[in-house]
Design a protein around this ligand. Structure first.
Ligand code: GLY
Length: 346
């Protein structure tokens, strides 16, 4: 089991992976734990790759190379990873040193991949600065960059040495970034994190991270249980792609969560009250629940068939009598009829 301890206002969750176990610290000001974390690693030098200005970065306590990054899919490329690795080499970074990422999920993903590859792997510490990165992207060791052929096609599993989720970074978050993160918190309601509605933000983040930590500890390489983290994501990813990413990830997950509830209901896996709970939770967090105007249902189904979980027909993570689980071979006719009855914007 994951441990969660409160130290003052901060919480500490441990991702239990044997000798690769690490702590996720959550709370105001936890970025200032960085010098102690780096001292614990034994790093003599560190490269800090940051999408935030220098003034937002904590002290490191060791000789430091600062590299500027930009959040966003446009820089999540192998070229960015190569540029970082060249800068690490020019700085003389060795395997005994460390890398720090500071930014949203696109930054933690690409810096994590550079850390996994440079010298065949050196310690990385993530300082996620968006809600999405704090509750999901920076925890669990998935790192990747995009190819023109698709998102996250080149990557590695590389667990961080620590994650510092400083909630002070969220003070300036734009409204759509809140939606992006709350989409992932809402889906946690249906994968065993409990009802987080009305709880303080740091507690919502900690509970989401704790649930993810338990799942990752049980299935680091995504061969079974880790699929649960993709609750609401099958339709969510299809909506992102069908709208050329005008629908943001968390928005797609929110609509996908409502849809997953209705689909589970149509398949007789859950009752009407539980179906309704999906809409209640999504609306509570102020998230979108309607399909956007535009994408045709048939196109969404075609995109859902491309989902990486879909090894056998249409696959969804669905709630049921034993909780959420991966359900494969869902009949297209049922998917289409549930889609047709979804509320639609415009
Ligand atoms: N974001 C899903 C995962 O980490 O598996």
């Amino acid at each position: 089991m994951t441990t969660s301890k409160e130290t003052g206002a901060a919480r500490r969750i441990v991702v239990r992976l044997g000798e690769r176990s690490y702590a996720v610290h959550i709370g105001p000001g936890v970025r200032d734990l960085l010098p102690g974390v780096l001292a614990g690693i034994g790093a003599r030098r560190v490269a800090v790759v940051s999408a935030r200005p220098r003034a937002d970065l904590p002290e490191t306590g060791v000789e430091t190379l600062f590299l500027a990054a930009r959040d966003g899919e446009q820089d999540k490329t192998l070229a960015t990873v190569e540029r970082m690795c060249r800068a690490f080499a020019e700085f003389g970074l060795s395997r005994a040193d460390a890398v720090v990422s500071c930014g949203g999920g696109t930054t933690t993903d690409s810096v994590g991949l550079a850390a996994a590859l440079y010298h065949r792997g050196l310690p990385v510490v993530h300082l996620p600065t968006t809600l999405l990165a704090q509750v999901d992207a920076s925890v669990g060791g998935k790192t990747a960059v995009n190819l023109p052929h698709g998102k996250n096609l080149v990557g590695a599993y590389w667990q961080p040495a620590a994650v510092l989720c400083d909630t002070d970074y969220l003070r300036t978050l734009p409204p759509r970034e809140w939606t992006n993160g709350y989409g992932e918190i809402a889906r946690c309601h249906f994968i065993g994190a409990g009802d987080l509605r009305g709880r303080p933000l740091a507690e919502q983040i900690a509970a989401s991270v704790a649930r993810k930590a338990d799942i990752v500890a049980a299935d680091e390489r995504d061969s079974g249980l880790r699929h649960l983290l993709n609750y609401g994501h099958t339709l969510g990813h299809a909506l992102e792609r069908a709208t050329d990413f005008a629908v943001r990830h968390g928005e797609g997950v929110a609509v996908g969560t409502v849809f997953a509830g209705r689909l589970a209901g149509a398949l007789g896996r859950i009752g009407a009250d539980r179906v309704a709970e999906h809409l209640d939770v999504v609306r509570h967090y102020g998230l979108p629940w309607e399909l956007p105007a535009g994408p045709a249902d048939g196109d969404l189904v075609a995109l859902m068939r491309l989902d990486k979980k879909a090894t056998s027909g249409l696959s969804f993570v669905l709630d049921g009598p034993k909780g959420a689980e991966l359900v494969s071979g869902v009949p297209e006719s049922v998917v289409l009829s549930v889609l047709a009855r979804m509320p639609r914007r415009g």
